[in-house]
Write a protein that binds this ligand. Structure first.
Ligand SMILES: C[S@@+](CC[C@H](N)C(=O)[O-])C[C@H]1O[C@@H](n2cnc3c(N)ncnc32)[C@H](O)[C@@H]1O
Length: 201
């Protein structure tokens, strides 16, 4: 059977393997971080939709190192071994009452980053609606648990209410913008909404 484009290892996939990251998505966060400096040494970071764990590993390895703390939550367990001492991994629905209780205990956060995505069906309107719902839940979580001056990154599929969410973010942050990393696959319709410097609530 012929390989689909997604089965073919591209340069980002090969680089991720070489650098010991479990997913190529690490380079999307790297671009966001290099352009916007959303996470700083010593920060307390919440990573929503963290598995297999490349964003978490990138934050720990290259920014926090021995400082700060990352709380990584996903429906699935992380695939990083060993899990660094300053990473707390939670397995479950990020928006369930059980996980919410643990997120509150660990927070508030200097940065909340979310690459959370629904299982895609191939039906674009279903997928964008599910992504919009997830993005709205992440935004609500951030409004409860992100510190003043904190930064936020939310993934959303384009066509899923990103303009409305961006409008809300513009009222809650000094600056908010949409960002499409070069590392996103050419056929991907994902977009990252970035909120910088949360205003006082
Ligand atoms: C694209 S992957 C994240 C990749 C990750 N940033 C990395 O670099 O390894 C999207 C993740 O969102 C997670 N997800 C979707 N809905 C979720 C929910 N309600 N709670 C927690 N995680 C969720 C999925 O399980 C999936 O692992």
């Amino acid at each position: 059977m012929a390989k689909s484009r997604r089965d073919t290892a591209d340069s980002y996939t090969l680089r991720a393997r070489k650098e010991g990251y479990p997913a190529r998505s690490v380079y999307k966060l790297e671009e966001i971080q290099k352009q916007h400096n959303i996470i700083r040494k010593g920060n307390r970071v919440l990573d929503v939709g963290a598995a297999p764990g490349s964003w978490t590993l990138y934050v720990q390895r290259t920014i926090l190192k021995e400082t700060g703390r990352i709380v990584a939550v996903d429906l699935n367990p992380l695939n990083i071994n060993p899990v660094p001492f300053n990473v707390k991994s939670l397995t479950g629905d990020a928006f369930s009452p059980e996980i919410r209780e643990q997120l509150i205990a660990e927070g508030p956060y200097d940065a909340i980053i979310s690459d959370a995505a629904p299982m895609t069906t191939g039906n674009r309107s279903v997928d964008t609606a599910r992504s919009e719902y997830l993005a709205e839940q992440v935004y609500a979580l951030a409004m409860d648990h992100l510190k003043e001056h904190g930064n936020l990154v939310i993934k959303i599929f384009q066509g899923g209410g990103e303009q409305e969410l961006l409008q809300q973010m513009r009222k809650a942050f000094v600056k908010a913008k949409g960002f499409k990393p070069k590392a996103s696959r050419s056929d991907s319709f994902e977009l990252f909404l970035i909120g910088l410097d949360r205003l006082r609530t």
